[in-house]
Design a protein around this ligand. Sequence first.
Ligand SMILES: NC(=O)C1=CN([C@@H]2O[C@H](COP(=O)(O)OP(=O)(O)OC[C@H]3O[C@@H](n4cnc5c(N)ncnc54)[C@H](OP(=O)(O)O)[C@@H]3O)[C@@H](O)[C@H]2O)C=CC1
Ligand SMILES: O=C(O)CCC(=O)C(=O)O
Ligand SMILES: [Mg+2]
Length: 466
Amino acid sequence: MQTSYNGIAVPTEGKAIEYTNGKFTVPDNPIIPYIEGDGTGRDIWKASQRVFDAAVEKAYGGKRKVNWFEVLAGEKAYRQTQNWLPDDTVKATVDFRVSIKGPLTTPVGGGIRSLNVALRQLMDLYQCVRPVKYYQGVPSPVKHPEKLDVVLFRENTEDIYAGIEFREGTPEVKQVIDFFNDTMLKGGKKKIRTDSGIGIKPISITGSKRLVRAAIQFAIANGRKTVTLVHKGNIQKFTEGAFREWGYEVATEEFRDQVVTERESWILGNLESNPNLTPEENAALVEPGIEFAPKEFGDSVIAEIKDVIAKVGATHGNGKWKSKIMVNDRIADSIFQQIIIRPSDYSVLATTNLNGDYISDAAAAQVGGLGIAPGANIGDGFACFEATHGTAPKYADLDVINPGSVMLSGVMMFDFLGWSEAARLIENSMEKTIQQKFVTYDFERQMQGATKVKTSEFASKMIENM
Ligand SMILES: NC(=O)C1=CN([C@@H]2O[C@H](COP(=O)(O)OP(=O)(O)OC[C@H]3O[C@@H](n4cnc5c(N)ncnc54)[C@H](OP(=O)(O)O)[C@@H]3O)[C@@H](O)[C@H]2O)C=CC1
Ligand SMILES: O=C(O)CCC(=O)C(=O)O
Ligand SMILES: [Mg+2]
């Protein structure tokens, strides 16, 4: 452990959080690194830190205290060290294990690659966990926002976020395109246009399985009834489709007693409705129109039905499957409308990186928007908490932005540390403040009779309400 990082001295009081044999040990005075963030990150962090400290003080009366330790990233780091993400910042977040960050800007089309993504990859924070639930009083564009209560598990290290891209017109992209056109696609009808840019989308067994495993473990630990694998596997068969397959493998091979797949539930349910059903009849119910499909397909469904009955008929049959966690899958475009139309059907979503990025913003909108959308990046032995939103640069330093997402990311952090009393104080005072209609501009413009407050005033009101 160093005594300073980026030339900033480590707080003299406090201890590092430790991790041994798969468990975190949290001292009463942990040193927690924070990245303030670019743009609105500055206003948000100031407000959030005040609320965090007030909640901890109120909950533990001085027995516990966070020793905040600023580490540099983004524009502030560049100004002070000429480096956007200094090695010391990564070292500090590794050494102290649990950290929290504001958003960092990523230019579009060129310039530096995402520092947010870099941090996740460098620390192997492979789960991006984004809970989306409704808080009473928050304005929402839908009629029943309270029906949505999902936790999104987004793979956080691969997919197109791997950053393997080749710019149009460069010698590198020419080499890649020539390789595909002349070697891989030779003789076929497909060709890549020579004026293309190319991006690579790696999806691995390792990345997919550990993410789905974490999602199912979360569902088991938190009494959640479904885990939905979200993918675009109809089109991207060997990446998104493979994610789905590997997800089901994890579910049925590692959590056999606790889960039932949706297809298994149909097969077992059909048999319960009619115990004399033959596998052929069951197949016709599971796959309507099967009689018109090629014989091999029909045979494979019949074989699947026999296999399910042989393997889980005794353990999951006779209605026992109804008490198991349902693992199902949905195609990504469909899930966007499903969470609006049938929000109660979904509880835990496990998905690839890009899908997860899109879905988390869309789902957040349903319960009030990006002002109230928290998140965590979690690896084995490390966690970095951050909001779903970005730097919202047009509001930078105006003291107007909603700090709710970083505050709720703090709630996730305190729960993660086992400081649930502080977490509940923050969560409850935020809900109370919103119900009193003291809100920042984003909520005020959608509410009647609300008082528009500044970021800093919202924090003060929350502290008063604790
Ligand atoms: N993890 C991270 O650090 C992330 C970083 N980014 C980066 O942030 C930069 C800006 O991205 P951009 O696409 O504008 O997305 P942003 O999420 O920063 O902002 C988009 C819009 O969402 C609303 N919004 C965002 N944050 C809040 C908040 N705290 N309270 C209320 N409303 C909010 C605002 O809407 P309105 O204008 O209607 O008020 C804002 O204009 C980019 O460089 C991007 O790469 C993006 C996402 C995550
Ligand atoms: O890193 C970025 O700039 C954007 C990342 C992002 O949108 C996200 O993680 O949700
Ligand atoms: Mg995003």
